[in-house]
Design a protein around this ligand. Structure first.
Ligand code: WTA
Length: 646
C-alpha cells in the first residue's frame, strides 16, 4: 500500500506557532536538558512562590517518584481565571450549548470568577478544606467546570464520576477516595432524554457512608427528594455567600484531582494528578497541538467525566485564556448535522472529537455535513482510539473541506496530556498515525522481553523518562502504581499500548496489548464486565474480550457459562445486558453474549483469552496451539456457537 502523506501547507505554516525547525530544536533541548526546557516553559503560569527546582523523577523499580517544580507554589483557579481578569474580564471563557438547540449561554471570565468563588464559598462553609476529596457527578453544564475550579480554588481534590455511571460505580468511587462531599444535579439532559442523577446519588449513598453534604444543581424542572441537613440546592446556597474567595496557595506537588480509570485487573484505579506540572503540561500542549491563537473558539466534544474533558475542555484552554465550548448534547440530536450546526452557530475554529463519532457520522454520508458552512473551522483533532485512515480522510476532506490539518493525539488518563501528536505547522500528516512525540516525551518500543527496538519496529510502547503531566500515583496505593506501570519493563513507564514506528520515526498506535478494551473511545477493563456478569445469580463464569466493531472501534463480546440447571435463552441474554448496564453503566453493555458450556482453560485453570479473542474476531481458522488446554473439545463448541458480528 502506498502511504498517503499530507504535507504542511503554506497556509498552516504561516499561522502556526511552531514550524519544523523550531520543533526539532525545541524537541532536542526538551529531551537533552529537561530542566532548562521546562524551567523556561513553566513560566507560562503564575507562581506565588517561583520554583527553583524543575525535574526530580525516578522510574527505578521500588523507588518510583515523580516531582516537578517541587518547591513552587500556585493555585490552579487563579491561573485559569484571576490572572486573566485585568485584560479578559469581558471575554467569553465558556460557551455553553444546551442539549436543546434553543439554549445556549456565554460566560465571561468575570462571571466565571464570580460563579467559581461563590461555589468555593458554599463548599468552604460546609467544611471543605485543602486536601479534602469532593466527588463531582454532573452532566455537561457550566456548573461542572465551576465545581472543578471551585475545588481547585480551595486546594481540594476533585474526583469526577462520568454521569453515565451507575449508582454502584459511583458508590465505589466515593468510597475509595473517602469523599465527604458530592456535587450533582437533579437530572441531566442528553438527546432529549432525562438522566436521574440525584436518584443515582441517593442510591449510591445507601451503599456508602461518610458523605456529609450534597450540593444539587437544578438542571430540569423535575423535583427530587432532598434530605434535610445533607442536601442543598446550588441556586439557594449561592444566595447566601459572596463572590469573593481568595485562592488557596498550594504546592506544585499537592493533588489537583483523582480520576478513576480501568486497568487490566481489579477495580478501577484512582489516577492521581498534582498541580504544577499537570497545568503546565495541559496548557502548553493545548496551545501548540491545537495551535490555539488569541480569539479562537475551541470545542472539545469529550465529557468532563473523562480525562480529555479535564485537560482539554477545562484546564488547558482556561489556563491559556481561551474560549472553550461545553456541549451538553449528542451528535445526533435533534438531527445528524448537530455538530456542524453548533460549529456554525458559535463560529468554532478548532474542533476536537473521537473517531467513533467520526465513523458514525460518516455512515450517514456527506450531505448532513455539506449542508452546513463550517467556514470557521481551521483545525480538527482526534482522540481516544486509533483512527482508521478512511475515517481520517473523510474527516479531513468532508468536515474540513481539505483545508484543515487533522491532529491525531495519542495519550491516556495517566499521561495528563497529549504525548504523541503532530504540530500543525511542523509535522507532515500520515492518516492513521499519531506521528511524533511532543516536547519532553521520549517514547520507545520494546519487545516482550523488554529489549529496546531501534529504527522501524513494532512492539510495546513505553516512555523512557518523565514529563510534567504524568500521574504521580494511584490514590492510596503507590505500590499498585509501581506494579501496574513500572514493573513490566523496569525503568520505563509502560503504556499498555502496542505501537509501530516507521522509517520516518512516526508512531502508529495499534491498540491495547492488555485486557483493556476501547469501546467508542471509552476505556473498559474486561475484568470489570466479567465481575458484573458473575454477580448475576444465574451466571457461573464469564470471560469478556473485544472484537472489531465498525463504529465503536471495539465491541464487547461476552462468553457466559450458566449455573447448573439454567437454560440459555434470548430472554436471559437481554436480562444480562440490562444487568451489566445497571451494575456499571450503559457504556459497558455487552454487544454479543455467547452461552458457553465450558471456557478454554489451561490445566492450571487459567482462561486462554487468546483463543476467545480469535473466535470473537471470526479468526477461528487460526486458533494456534490448543494442545495445552485441559479440555480441547470446548473449542469446537465455542466455534460452532459463535455469535454473528454483523
Ligand atoms: C487509546 C484518553 C490510538 C489508547 C485520552 C490509550 C488512542 C487509551 C489514541 C487511553 C489515539 C487514546 N490513537 N489510540 N490518538 N488516544 N488512545 O485513558 O489505547 O481514556 O491507551 O485516555 O486510549 O484512554 P484514556
Amino acid at each position: 500500500m502506498t502511504e498517503i502523506i499530507h504535507n504542511v501547507t503554506d497556509e498552516w505554516a504561516k499561522r502556526a506557532f511552531i514550524d519544523q525547525k523550531t520543533y526539532q530544536e525545541w524537541y532536542a533541548q526538551s529531551v537533552n536538558d529537561p530542566d532548562a526546557f521546562w524551567g523556561e516553559h513553566g513560566k507560562r503560569l503564575d507562581w506565588f512562590t517561583p520554583y527553583t527546582k524543575v525535574k526530580n523523577t525516578s522510574f527505578e523499580p521500588g523507588n518510583v517518584s515523580i516531582r516537578w517544580f517541587e518547591d513552587g507554589t500556585l493555585n490552579v483557579a487563579h491561573n485559569c481565571i484571576d490572572r486573566h481578569l485585568p485584560h479578559r474580564a469581558n471575554q467569553t471563557a465558556i460557551i455553553w450549548e444546551g442539549d436543546d438547540p434553543s439554549e445556549s449561554r456565554h460566560i465571561t471570565y468575570q462571571e466565571l470568577h464570580d460563579r467559581v468563588a461563590e461555589l468555593a464559598n458554599v463548599l468552604r462553609n460546609r467544611g471543605v478544606e485543602k486536601g479534602d476529596r469532593v466527588t463531582i457527578y454532573l452532566p455537561m453544564i457550566p456548573e461542572a467546570a465551576f465545581a472543578m475550579l471551585a475545588c481547585a480554588r480551595l486546594g481540594a481534590v476533585h474526583s469526577l464520576v462520568f454521569a453515565g455511571f451507575s449508582p454502584d460505580s459511583l458508590a465505589s468511587r466515593i468510597e475509595d477516595c473517602g469523599s465527604k462531599f458530592v456535587i450533582t444535579a437533579n437530572e441531566g439532559l442528553r438527546g432529549g432524554r432525562k438522566v436521574p442523577l440525584k436518584a443515582n446519588v441517593d442510591a449510591a449513598l445507601k451503599r456508602v457512608s461518610g458523605v456529609e453534604h450534597v450540593v444539587v444543581v437544578r438542571r430540569t424542572d423535575t423535583d427530587v427528594p432532598m434530605e434535610p441537613g445533607r442536601d442543598v440546592w446550588y441556586h439557594e446556597a449561592i444566595e447566601q455567600v459572596t463572590s469573593e474567595c481568595p485562592p488557596v496557595e498550594v504546592n506544585a506537588e499537592d493533588p489537583l484531582f483523582i480520576l478513576y480509570t480501568s486497568g487490566s485487573t481489579g477495580k478501577p484505579k484512582g489516577v492521581l494528578h498534582t498541580t504544577g506540572g499537570y497545568l503546565v503540561y495541559a496548557a502548553i500542549t493545548h496551545q501548540y497541538v491545537f495551535d490555539y491563537h488569541e480569539g479562537d473558539v475551541y470545542w472539545c466534544t469529550a465529557d468532563v467525566g473523562w480525562v480529555t474533558g479535564h485537560s482539554y475542555i477545562v484546564y488547558g484552554p482556561l489556563a491559556n485564556g481561551a474560549t472553550t465550548l461545553i456541549f451538553e448534547g449528542v451528535p445526533t440530536y435533534p438531527d445528524i448535522s448537530r455538530f456542524w450546526q453548533v460549529v456554525d452557530k458559535h463560529n468554532v475554529n478548532i474542533f476536537y472529537t473521537a473517531p467513533t463519532a467520526i465513523r458514525s457520522l460518516m455512515q450517514a454520508g456527506d450531505e448532513p455535513v455539506k449542508k452546513t458552512s463550517r467556514a470557521s473551522l481551521r483545525l480538527l483533532g482526534s482522540v481516544g482510539e486509533p483512527i482508521n485512515p478512511e475515517a481520517w480522510e473523510w474527516y479531513y476532506r468532508v468536515v474540513g473541506d481539505s483545508r484543515c490539518p487533522v491532529v491525531d493525539t495519542w495519550w491516556q488518563t495517566e499521561t495528563g496530556g497529549i504525548l504523541i501528536a503532530p504540530l500543525p505547522g511542523a509535522t507532515a500528516l500520515k492518516p492513521g498515525s499519531a506521528t511524533l512525540p511532543f516536547f519532553g516525551v521520549k517514547p520507545g518500543i520494546v519487545d516482550n522481553e523488554g529489549r529496546p527496538q531501534e529504527g522501524a519496529a513494532e512492539g510495546n510502547l513505553v516512555i523512557t523518562d518523565s514529563w510534567p503531566g504524568q500521574m504521580r500515583s494511584v490514590y492510596g496505593d503507590h505500590k499498585r502504581f509501581e506494579e501496574t506501570y513500572f514493573a513490566t519493563y523496569p525503568g520505563c513507564y509502560f503504556t499498555g499500548d502496542g505501537a509501530r514506528r516507521d522509517a520516518d520515526g512516526y508512531y502508529w498506535i495499534t491498540g491495547r496489548v492488555d485486557d483493556v478494551i476501547n469501546v467508542s473511545g471509552h476505556r473498559m477493563g474486561t475484568a470489570e464486565v466479567e465481575s458484573a456478569l458473575v454477580a448475576h445469580a444465574k451466571v457461573s463464569e464469564a470471560a469478556v474480550v473485544g472484537y472489531p466493531h465498525d463504529i465503536k472501534g471495539q465491541g464487547i463480546y461476552a462468553y457466559v457459562t450458566l449455573m447448573e440447571g439454567e437454560e440459555p435463552s434470548d430472554e436471559l441474554r437481554k436480562e444480562l445486558v440490562a444487568w451489566v448496564r445497571r451494575e456499571i453503566g450503559p457504556i459497558a453493555s455487552p454487544d454479543l453474549i455467547q452461552f458457553a458450556p465450558g471456557l478454554p482453560k489451561t490445566r492450571s485453570g487459567k482462561i486462554m483469552r487468546r483463543i476467545l479473542r480469535k473466535i470473537a474476531e471470526d479468526e477461528f481458522g487460526n486458533l494456534g496451539d490448543t494442545s495445552t488446554l485441559a479440555d480441547p473439545t470446548v473449542v469446537d463448541d465455542l466455534v460452532n456457537n459463535r455469535q454473528n458480528r454483523h
